[in-house]
Design a protein around this ligand. Structure first.
Ligand code: NAP
Length: 437
């Protein structure tokens, strides 16, 4: 019997469990450990609340979770309740699927001013992550600046731009909906340090900006390269750039009260304000032959009460585990960190790709575990963890408990929403008892 502990219950964690289940069948027991009392990581706390079709993938993880060989061990913090070394002593394989939940720092003067936040915090806030429920972002307007030209920047800009009716059917939390309802932001500037050909925005997500009720995208035609140059782009990128060309025609901008301005070749160099952000100082850039953005020396100011940096994420290091500081993830060789210790998903390869990209990752790790452990090595596995956690009086949340929490959230939902998320650990733990079997 192979005993496998997966740390982190997001997509990478569940795909790994699914792959181990497929590869080893009844010859494995997988424990998926998460510090939160709720599973699914980025699906619950990262994917935008108005993208319910993407969130639906959690039903697939549920099928994995409900097999006898896979267990959810929630409300257990590795580092606080149990150490990686202790898990290594109990399990043949320990897989770090901890994602990349920490914002890459902007690293410019003024980035610590109140009103400047990272996307992990802002996205966590509107998705009801307990760590960010108290964020209270400054939505008094009139300007917001979103730094970065990736899909997270699009999510953030779209959530700021939507009106209340456009959240129908979403699972945005009540505290965010209430705050956004009274927001006074009428200009959202998306800063890209490079140009339209270098965006990391996918067409479906970019296209949504063109169909918002009260907001319209604005692109300066002068920023667009000659149309003939689009032929060199891959098809997806070409579609995105075609959308920017549509936006540049400006057909819808005039009659909508909120503008989402794409400011290309614009690098933030300083954030200013008296006790709170008031403006972002931006330097014009030009691309060199390698496609790098170089400052031109020309600067200007964009008024802003809120700055959200969406420039990528890092995996938090764990003491004693080899870490690649430059890349912001665990140091690993195709997922292997040390004998019996592995990394998958963003913790292995950094924060890129879609949810589905993690699936092949999980299968690759299961294959490596199979190579490294043709059979189990007689370790204790589950009973050992259970007695350790019991001795430390850890209040473990099972998948059955999670189903009760989910039912309680559904019962608390406002009209048209699939659920109302509970946003504190206490409320989540308490919800287990509010629903009878
Ligand atoms: P990303 O795709 O890597 O984009 C990061 C952006 O930040 C890039 O435009 C980058 O510009 C810019 N940037 C980095 N450092 C910067 C700096 N110091 N100053 C200014 N700009 C800077 O990351 P992401 O948007 O966080 O997304 C992470 C992953 O999740 C991606 O794979 C994304 O597609 C995925 N995702 C998908 C969806 C969806 O499918 N609906 C939604 C959200 C996220 P350079 O190119 O110049 O470095």
């Amino acid at each position: 019997m192979r005993h496998i502990a997966v740390i982190g219950s997001g997509p990478a964690g569940y795909y790994t469990a699914e792959a181990c289940q497929k590869a080893f069948g009844d010859d494995c027991r997988v424990d998926i450990i998460d510090r939160l009392p709720v599973p699914f990581g980025l699906i619950r706390s990262g994917v935008a609340p108005d993208h319910q079709s993407i969130k639906g993938v959690s039903r697939r993880y549920e099928q994995v979770a409900l097999t006898d060989n896979v267990r959810f061990v929630g409300n257990v913090s590795v580092g606080r309740d149990v150490s990686v070394e202790e898990l290594q002593a109990l399990y043949d394989a320990v897989v770090l699927a901890t994602g990349a939940p920490v914002d890459k720092p902007i690293g410019i003067p003024g980035d610590d001013l109140p009103g400047v936040i990272g996307s992990a915090a802002f996205v966590g806030w509107y998705n009801g992550h307990p760590d960010f429920a108290d964020l209270a972002p400054a939505l008094h307007g009139p300007g917001a600046v979103v730094i970065g030209n990736g899909n997270v920047a699009l999510d953030v800009a779209r959530i700021l731009a939507k009106d209340e009716t456009e959240f129908a059917g979403s699972d945005i939390v009540a505290h965010a909906l209430t705050a956004l309802r009274t927001a006074e932001i009428d200009t959202i500037t998306i800063l890209g340090r490079r140009g339209p050909h270098q965006i990391a925005m996918t067409p479906k997500e970019l296209g949504e900006l063109g169909h918002l009720t009260r907001a319209a995208p604005v692109v300066d035609p002068a920023d667009l390269p000659p149309e003939a140059d689009d032929a060199a782009l891959d098809p997806g990128q070409r579609k995105s750039v075609t959308l920017l060309r549509e936006f540049a025609k400006g057909t819808t901008a005039d009659d909508k009260p909120i503008r989402v301005i794409f400011d290309f070749f614009a690098k933030p160099v300083r954030i200013e304000g008296e006790g709170h952000v008031a403006r972002v100082i931006v330097e014009r850039t030009a691309l060199d032959s390698e496609g790098r953005a170089n400052g031109t020396g020309e600067t200007y100011a964009i008024p802003a009460s809120l700055v959200v940096s969406c420039i990528g994420y890092r995996t938090p290091p764990i003491p004693g585990i080899p870490y690649d500081d430059r890349a912001g993830r665990f140091a690993n060789d195709e997922g292997r960190i040390a004998p019996g210790l592995y990394a998958v998903g963003w913790a292995r390869r950094g924060p890129t790709g879609t949810i589905g990209t993690n699936r092949p990752d999980g299968f690759a790790i299961a294959e490596k575990i199979g190579e490294d452990f043709p059979a189990g090595s007689g370790k204790e596995g589950r009973p050992g963890l259970d007695s350790l956690l019991a001795s430390r009086k850890v209040d473990v949340v099972t998948f059955r408990d999670w189903q009760k929490i989910e039912a309680a959230e559904a019962a608390a939902a406002r009209e048209g929403s699939p659920r109302e998320k509970f946003t504190t650990i206490e409320a989540l733990l308490g919800a287990r008892h509010s629903i009878q079997n």
